[in-house]
Structure formats: structure tokens, C-alpha cells
Design a protein around this ligand. Structure first.
Ligand SMILES: C[S@@+](CC[C@H](N)C(=O)[O-])C[C@H]1O[C@@H](n2cnc3c(N)ncnc32)[C@H](O)[C@@H]1O
Length: 189
């Protein structure tokens, strides 16, 4: 088993996968290059469904290609903002919604998630997860928009009703180069 604390993206997904069963509905809110999508597609299996959002055609093509290589056909693509999630997926239906914020690796850095759209997406995600479900957010505060986004997201999470949600935040506090950080929100009932 790899040393999960050194790689927060893997830690984020490892915890998320413990909330997912075969046959579930899950959402990749920012499919990007498709790495998370493949792991989610494997976790839900052929009886389940992944809904993959991204606003860039390039991300859709990269993700489609990666899924094809791995032989998965249980992913529905929605080339729209994650803030439209509630228009496409019923409330209380998903076991997990995964956000990997920021810009497409190797892509145009000006096409990035923003504090405003991310807060809209998170509100949708809380409506979309079922009781016992999880919202996972990987944050990068090493760029200007990312720092503002992190501040807004953490303010939002701190205010969540503790009777309904648990929110946990993980940060590698002694590492250079702003490694990604993780927010998990789980819904109790
Ligand atoms: C860090 S990348 C995601 C990486 C991806 N999870 C992977 O495994 O490769 C962030 C992605 O968010 C997308 N994005 C930005 N704003 C968005 C929005 N409002 N809705 C959905 N996707 C968005 C970008 O196009 C980019 O592909």
C-alpha cells in the first residue's frame, strides 16, 4: 500500500471509495484528464453510473480516451458547469460527488474553477448526495483564484449544520510548493 499521507489526491480518493458500492450513482464534477473518473467507474461497476462534468471539450476527449483504454462504458458526459448538477441528477441519489478544483493539467490555466461557481456546485452536491454520502473536494491554493476559492470553500464548510453534516479538512502543513488539500463533507441523514 502506498504512503497515502504523501499524496493527498490518492488519500482523497481512497476515503471516497469507502463510501461507494457497486451499482451506485456517483459524480465526477470536474473530470479533467479522467483519472478520477476511471476510479469512480471501477468502483460503481457496470450496474452503476458515473456522471462526468467539465466545461472543456478537451477534458471530455481526454476522459473518454482514458475510459476507452480501461474498457469502461458506464460514464455519462455532461459538458456543462457542475453548477448545473441539479438539472441533470435527482436529489438524494448519489453516494459521492468529487470535485478536483483548479485548471486542467497541461491545459489553459485561465479556464479554472472559481469561488463563485464552486460554491454553487457545492450547494448542488449537498442536494445530490443521499444520506451516508460524501462530497470530496481537492483544493489547490498555489494560484490566485485557488487561494480565494479555498477561503470561500472553508468558510462555507465551517457553517454547515453539524446536526446534518461532518466536514473534515486535511492539509500537509510542513511541505513546500502548496500541495493539494482535501475537504470531505459527509451527510448523516
Ligand atoms: C484539476 S482539473 C480536474 C482533474 C481531474 N479530476 C483528473 O483526474 O484529471 C479541473 C477541471 O475543472 C474544470 N472546470 C473548471 N470550471 C468548471 C466548472 N464550473 N464545472 C465543471 N468543470 C469545471 C476544468 O476545465 C478542469 O478540467
Amino acid at each position: 500500500m502506498s504512503n497515502l499521507i504523501t499524496k493527498t489526491t490518492e488519500l482523497a480518493m481512497s476515503v471516497t471509495l469507502t463510501y461507494i458500492r457497486q451499482g451506485d450513482i456517483v459524480i465526477d464534477a470536474t473530470c479533467g484528464t479522467g483519472q478520477d473518473t476511471v476510479m469512480l467507474a471501477r468502483a460503481v461497476g457496470s450496474e452503476g453510473s458515473v456522471y462526468a462534468f467539465d466545461i472543456q471539450k478537451k477534458a471530455m476527449l481526454l476522459t473518454e480516451e482514458r475510459l476507452r483504454k480501461h474498457g469502461f462504458s458506464n460514464v455519462h458526459f455532461i459538458m456543462k458547469s457542475f453548477s448545473s448538477m441539479s438539472e441533470h441528477i435527482p436529489e438524494n441519489s448519489a453516494s459521492a460527488v468529487v470535485f478536483n478544483l483548479g485548471y486542467l493539467p497541461g491545459g489553459d490555466h485561465s479556464i479554472t474553477t472559481t469561488a463563485e461557481t464552486t460554491l454553487e456546485g457545492l450547494a448542488c452536491a449537498l442536494r445530490t448526495i443521499r444520506a451516508g454520502g460524501i462530497v470530496t473536494v481537492v483544493l489547490y491554493d498555489g494560484h490566485e483564484e485557488g487561494a480565494a476559492e479555498k477561503k470561500a470553500v472553508l468558510e462555507w464548510a465551517r457553517e454547515l449544520d453539524q446536526r446534518k453534516y461532518h466536514a473534515a479538512f486535511v492539509s500537509l502543513i510542513n511541505q513546500d510548493n502548496d500541495p493539494p488539500e482535501i475537504l470531505w463533507v459527509t451527510r448523516k441523514h
